[in-house]
Design a binder for this molecule. Structure first.
Ligand SMILES: Nc1ncnc2c1ncn2[C@@H]1O[C@H](COP(=O)(O)OP(=O)(O)OP(=O)(O)O)[C@@H](O)[C@H]1O
Length: 706
């Protein structure tokens, strides 16, 4: 790409083809490489046989052990039984590890490596380093045959071209020279192509990868990780990493590869179960669920923001979901609703909540001297105790203060307190606090800021989504909360859709390192969107990375999406395809009929996925009704799995997904007219990889007319 920009397309192409991408003929080098591949495959096959033998042995031993226990059960005491159980568990565990190893070896036989660098470290011999998705060691010679892409030395492949290079290891930096850099595409055990690169890593291989039609789920990108992406993946220092990247810049891919890297790098202290992904919805979670297992790691636990909220509120308050909030916005323009939401999405709101808590601390614990029998506990004593517990959440302090008061009375009277006296103190102290219920404080907050209308809630009603995390925040500050301490890395996708208060909650609930990613242009609710800067304010220690290269869509599609939401920084990867089509119809029936025709054409096109992306769920349902046929699926907020084929859904639910082809129906001025509509249209169009069609009847939306 750099070359393309510098020299112009034609010159670049000629140079590129002549020197860098031409597949090597069946020359000596290729011959050698093919032989080496066969050698490696043979070794892998042998290793598989060995694993097979040991798996068989484990299962035989396991069966024998179980039979033995079964037969001798009556003569075994408890200690024998525990020991036998432990040994069975150990065997099962080793057996499982062998099965996992076999799975990896089987994958390696299909595609053992994708890269090679010959690295000459200072004062040492040249070392060919073959890089693959997993490592493979010649156990007899104790020699690494294939290096895991996450190994320290493999970073050379992503970070350097020919010439001087270095890589960091836990014991220091290794300097040297890269004498050769080669890429391979090996599929089903066959070398499809190989090429030496000496200027820009991956461009040609990357182009080939991106031009392919989509897989059903997100795939790994280990063979073509770009340098700026690699820096994010291998960053070990950032306590909070914020990735702000344009649509299709690989944010989600990078974040998942980053987790795989961290699991490898810190394998002694962090396992897949210790990571948590906050995902926008279940379909997205399913869509990305392949990547970690493909990289040889286990599936990552995942939780939706709404689920987290319900958990943190202990299911005490029913609330509107985020999806419902956005649907309400799309359904009708309600300025009061928008005002409430906008206010609660501001950093100002968070700081006012904090100021209010200070006010509560200073003014809401009041009362009079407390009389217990003949002893008077002076109010200043009680208040001083209350203040002394400044590290304890406000409502939690009351029990501690009551205990101090009891001790005070006991010391003054030099006798034990009666149960009645203890109870009276236990009741009197909480009464000195203005409220005892978080919801009462929350309501009071709006009175305190002089804007009671900004809280709409009555008994029996569901909380508005905009209030949910504010209430959780107050609850944390007032009552404390059991943090998710077991989580050692938190991944938050679609960061633009969460507000400063949500981040304040996340920062208190998850004290671990975090990777937070998103794109402010892709918000589904512009009234509550957060930019990287806003998030930085909540996490001042965050490292922010910005990614402008877009990999998903053709230049034509990216240019089209720019008409909706311009971003002068975006750099589309030079990949071309048909220009997006905007088709007008007289009536909606004709529009739907035409879409039916497009579906038929798609089925014979060789493409794998087609997304028909509507603005609202109602429209999606309507389209589904009209287009119903086998292999056409409707995705709703209730769906849990990603389906291959033709999917009809909404822009909100399609976020994070991608399709070979996208059709945006009903792209009329009537459907897409507000700011929220515009965000939806942008998200919908940026889901397309190769082909984009918009259809409408009536007047075309103004967002694409320019
Ligand atoms: N280095 C790369 N090599 C090959 N493919 C890549 C690379 N980086 C990104 N891609 C591809 O680009 C597409 C977009 O990636 P991804 O979904 O991770 O981007 P994103 O920034 O999260 O997108 P969005 O925010 O629009 O949902 C995917 O098909 C991904 O495989």
């Amino acid at each position: 790409m750099l070359a393309a920009k510098r020299f112009g397309k034609l010159e670049f192409k000629v140079t590129f083809v002549a020197h860098f991408t031409e597949p090597l003929g069946m020359n000596a080098t290729e011959h050698e490489e093919r032989e080496y591949l066969e050698e490696i495959k043979e070794k892998l096959t042998l290793a598989i046989r060995r694993v097979d033998a040991s798996v068989r042995q484990f299962s035989d031993e396991l069966r024998e052990k179980k039979e033995y226990i079964h037969e001798h059960q009556s003569g075994m005491d408890d200690a024998d039984m525990v020991a036998a159980g432990q040994s069975i568990n150990r065997m099962a565990f080793t057996g499982e590890a062998a099965v996992a190893r076999k799975r990896k070896l089987l994958k390696l036989v299909q595609s053992p490596y994708f890269g090679r660098i010959d690295f000459v470290a200072r004062n040492q011999d040249s070392l060919p380093v073959y890089i693959g998705i997993y490592s493979f060691i010649d156990e007899q010679k104790r020699q690494g045959l294939i290096f895991d892409w996450r190994a320290p030395i493999s970073s050379l492949f992503y970070d350097f071209e020919l010439g001087e290079a270095s890589y960091a290891t836990p014991s220091g930096t290794v300097q040297g020279t890269i004498a050769l850099k080669r890429q391979y595409k090996i599929r089903d055990g066959r070398l499809e192509f190989m090429l030496d690169s000496d200027v820009n890593i991956h461009d040609d291989v990357l182009q080939r990868e991106l031009a392919k039609s989509s897989d059903d789920k997100m795939k790994n990108i280990v063979a073509t990780i770009q340098r700026d992406q690699n820096a994010v993946i291998r960053n070990e220092t950032a306590p909070v990493m914020v990735i702000q990247g344009v649509a299709g810049s690989g944010k989600t891919s990078i974040a998942l590869h980053r987790i795989a890297f961290l699991l490898y790098r810190y394998r002694e202290s962090i396992r897949a179960q210790d990571v948590l992904i906050i995902s926008p919805n279940k379909v997205f979670a399913d869509y990305i669920s392949n990547v970690l297992p493909e990289l040889g790691e286990e599936h990552l636990p995942e939780l939706g923001m709404d689920e987290l909220a319900a958990d943190l509120l202990e299911n005490r308050y029913p609330f509107q979901t985020f999806f419902e909030q956005v649907s309400a916005l799309l359904d009708k323009h309600d300025p009061a609703f928008i005002e409430r939401m906008q206010f609660k999405s501001s950093s100002e709101f968070l700081s006012q909540l904090n100021q209010y808590l200070l006010h509560v601390e200073n003014h809401y614990f009041a009362g009079t001297d407390l009389r217990v029998g003949r002893t008077v506990v002076p109010l200043p004593f009680i208040q001083a105790k209350f203040k002394a517990y400044h590290r304890v959440p406000l409502l939690k302090r009351l029990a501690l203060v009551a205990e101090d008061v009891r001790n005070h009375v006991r010391d003054a009277t030099r006798r034990k307190l009666t149960g009645q006296e203890k109870g009276a103190i236990g009741e009197a102290i909480p009464r000195m606090f203005k409220f005892n219920n978080v919801l009462d404080f929350y309501r009071d907050f709006f009175r305190w800021i002089g804007k009671p209308v900004l809280f709409r809630f009555e008994h029996g009603m569901r909380l508005e989504y905009a209030d949910v995390f504010a209430l959780i925040y107050l609850r944390i500050r007032l009552e404390g909360i059991t943090a998710y301490d077991h989580v050692k890395h938190l991944l938050v996708d679609e960061m633009q859709d969460y507000t400063p208060v949500q981040y304040a909650v996340l920062s208190r609930v998850f004290s671990c390192r975090k990777t937070i990613l998103g794109d402010v242009s892709q918000t589904v609710n512009p009234y509550s969107a957060s930019s990287a800067e806003t998030i930085e304010r909540v996490f001042p220690q965050a490292e922010v990375v910005r990614l402008y290269r877009s990999y998903r869509s053709t230049v034509e599609i990216t240019a089209f999406a720019q008409r909706i939401t311009p971003n002068s920084h975006i750099i589309p990867l030079e990949r071309h395809g048909p220009a997006p089509v905007v088709a007008r119809f007289d009536r909606q029936e004709a529009e739907l009929q035409a879409i039916e025709g497009m579906i038929t054409a798609f089925r014979s096109s060789g493409n794998h996925s087609l997304g028909i992306i509507c603005k609202t769920l109602r429209q999606a349902e309507q389209a589904h009704q009209a287009l119903q046929a086998p292999g056409i699926y409707l995705l709703t907020d209730e769906s849990t799995t990603f389906k291959e084929g033709v999917i009809i859904t909404t822009a909100h639910l399609a976020k994070g997904l991608e399709f070979d082809e996208v059709i945006v129906p009903f792209a009329s001025a009537r459907t897409y007219k507000t700011e929220v509509d515009k965000s939806m249209l942008y998200v919908a169009c940026t889901r397309a990889m190769h082909q984009l069609t918009l259809t409408y009847s009536g007047e075309m939306t103004a967002f694409i007319s320019s």
